[in-house]
Design a protein around this ligand. Structure first.
Ligand code: M6R
Length: 599
């Protein structure tokens, strides 16, 4: 949801800023832009669409300070005029912003009425440079103008800005959207994600909410909301050592799916000892009478799976909510509730608001997140690391697999605590991690070619397999634009059977022996209406029961309860190859962004 960059150094500010920006394209790709200061003037270059379009326009001018932006449009269409950076009417200030300014209409009216300035764009962001111009005469220093202007903004923001009269300094502000600064010997980097600093700096600063920064090659100063100086310490970049870009893969998504075995092994290392669930002790659990899991999108599906594991093995009530629903549902939670917030990025706005609400009601909050420097990780009482390593593709794959693995382990851990049992889930997952291999690609690629021309598809399953069906369906729709839906197998004849017609693809996930016959019965009903049934199973199914099945995608055999971790990979790959076959870039599906930092 928008990425911002700042750069000061001895290299070309245009080239360096845009190169840094490429690391943030997962945050949005509706438009991109860069502003530099050259000969005392601000020079802006913008382009609609992806960063590659901007790259074609930029030339190295010799400027050595710049700001840049990649946009996921919220206010105002994804046009060039609405692209960032935005500049003040007097061309003195240029601003890039990630977030939403909620009171921009009111501020815009005030500025237009009092100063006669006319706004050029439809964006909420433009109010920031115009406000800086509007307030600049009434403040003694530029930093005090900047802080004062930001304090008038309501909403969510990470801001980087330059002033043409101070051509060696970047001004930064943060409230709820992420912002980081790294300083090298002769370069300064600012970014929405410290991943941009890999191979550029050894340490970085994190801005916290309502903190400001003024940074030049000679000096870095941090301020609080009242303009008082604050001291900050740096964070080591060592957590990013593993990030090596796309390597030999054509897309991040394929690379990330292929990393699943490595991720499972990393989970084992992290959770083998008490470092993993160690803070969720027997004493802590004695006070808990309910568990609630909250997330969005794929993280919500991981939560659905987790809730099923927890209720099955721990026999404690476990409710699951979509974060945006949780916030407005006046949820029944109190200090005896353990709330688990699942978020790959740890910066999803709805999930963060849900965590705040749970905390305010006294619940114990746990964050299952892949980004240990994220806002979520800082806000929760207990952090459970997802251990997936950086996930860049918009479609979540290895993080989902990791989340459901950890939630499975958590359920088994809580079961041991509650029933004084010694179930060796560590050995079980260790075996999975060691024997896990990716499925045979040929049948998946063959099927992907058939799906290319499909307008819709359907997924069914029972129990855990129903949750896999939901996640498989989301994966397919978000990167192939095929309208797909998932249903509990038993629901077929209660409505969606009406949609089945000759040639409809019905994906049937059946990995639980006890539910196999019932699931196949439902599939048969769809077959009778013309569906092409594709069965996904590891079970040795009697062929007399499956003679109506069009294709079987045979899965490797693991314990039934671990099959959700295994079977989802087939669907991740199927979606990936279908997306590629349709000529879509699976890493950057239309209209979406990886991190959704506004509600
Ligand atoms: O970073 P989060 O896990 O909080 O993100 C939640 C969803 O936005 C995310 O899972 C989204 O549904 C993905 N595009 C799914 O592949």
């Amino acid at each position: 949801m928008c990425g911002i960059i700042g750069y000061i150094g001895n290299k070309s500010a245009e080239i360096e800023s845009v190169n840094l920006l490429k690391n943030l394209e997962y945050r949005g790709y509706d438009s991109a832009g860069v502003a530099v200061i050259l000969d005392g003037e601000i020079k802006v270059t913008k382009a609609e669409g992806k960063i590659a379009n901007l790259e074609q326009l930029i030339v190295s001018t010799g400027a050595n300070i710049g700001i840049a932006h990649t946009r996921w449009a919220t206010h105002g269409k994804p046009t060039e005029v609405n692209a960032h950076p935005h500049i003040s009417d007097n061309n003195e200030w240029a601003v890039v912003h990630n977030g939403i300014i909620e009171n921009f209409e009111m501020l815009k009216q005030e500025i237009e009425t009092n100063s006669g300035v006319k706004f050029a764009s439809e964006t909420d962001t433009e109010v920031i440079p115009q406000m800086l111009e509007y307030l600049s005469t009434s403040h003694q220093s530029t930093i005090s103008t900047f802080i004062h202007a930001c304090n008038r903004l309501k909403g969510v923001f990470a801001i980087a800005c330059i002033n043409k009269n101070i051509p060696d300094t970047l001004f930064l502000a943060k409230r709820k959207s992420p912002l980081y600064v790294a300083i090298n010997n002769d370069e300064i980097f600012v970014a929405s994600d410290p991943i941009c600093f890999v191979d550029k700096a050894n340490e970085y600063y994190t801005l916290e909410d309502d903190e400001f920064c003024k940074v030049s090659l000679n000096c870095v100063e941090f301020y609080d909301i009242n303009g008082n100086n604050i001291a900050k310490s740096t964070i080591d970049m060592k957590d990013f050592e593993q990030f090596k870009g796309k390597e030999q893969y054509p897309h991040f998504m394929l690379k990330e799916i292929n990393e699943t075995p490595t991720v499972l092994n990393r989970i084992m290392k992290t959770y083998r000892d008490s470092l993993g669930f160690g803070k969720i002790t027997k004493e802590v659990m004695q006070d808990i009478n309910k568990i609630v899991i909250v997330g969005c999108g794929t993280a919500y599906h991981a939560g659905l799976m987790g809730a099923k594991y927890i209720e099955k093995f721990v026999r404690i009530e476990c409710n699951i909510y979509i974060a945006s629903e949780f916030i407005y549902s006046n949820p029944i939670i109190d200090k005896r509730t353990l709330c688990i917030f699942v978020s790959q990025s740890g910066e999803t706005a709805d999930t963060l608001s849900a965590q705040e609400l749970a905390k305010s009601k006294g619940a114990l909050t746990v964050g299952l997140t892949n980004v240990l420097y994220s806002v979520l990780a800082k806000k929760v009482d207990i952090v459970l690391p997802v251990c997936a390593g950086p996930e860049i593709a918009v479609a979540s794959t290895k993080a989902y697999t990791a989340q459901i693995t950890i939630l499975y382990m958590l359920a088994r851990y809580l079961q041991n605590i509650k029933f004084n049992s010694l179930f060796d889930y560590i050995a079980q997952i260790d075996t999975l991690a060691n024997l896990f291999t990716l499925p045979n690609l040929q049948p998946i690629q063959d099927l992907s070619k058939e799906l290319v021309n499909q307008k819709s598809s359907f997924f069914i399953g029972k129990g855990f397999d129903y949750v896999s069906a939901e996640e498989a369906s989301l994966k397919l729709k978000e990167i192939t634009y095929i309208n797909s839906s998932a249903h509990p197998a038993g629901e077929l004849k209660h409505g969606f059977l009406a949609l089945i017609e000759d040639g409809s693809y019905l994906f049937v996930i059946a990995t639980d022996e006890a539910l196999l016959d019932k699931t196949l019965n439902s599939a048969h009903e769809a077959f009778a209406r013309g569906a092409k049934v594709v069965l996904i199973t590891q079970l040795d199914v009697d062929t007399s029961k499956t003679n109506f099945v069009y294709k079987v995608l045979q899965q490797p055999k693991f314990d039934d309860e671990l099959m959700p971790i295994v079977s989802i990979i087939t669907f991740q790959l199927l979606s990936y190859y279908t997306s590629v076959a349709k000529g879509i870039n699976p890493d950057q599906p239309r209209n979406l962004a990886k991190s959704v930092t506004v509600e």
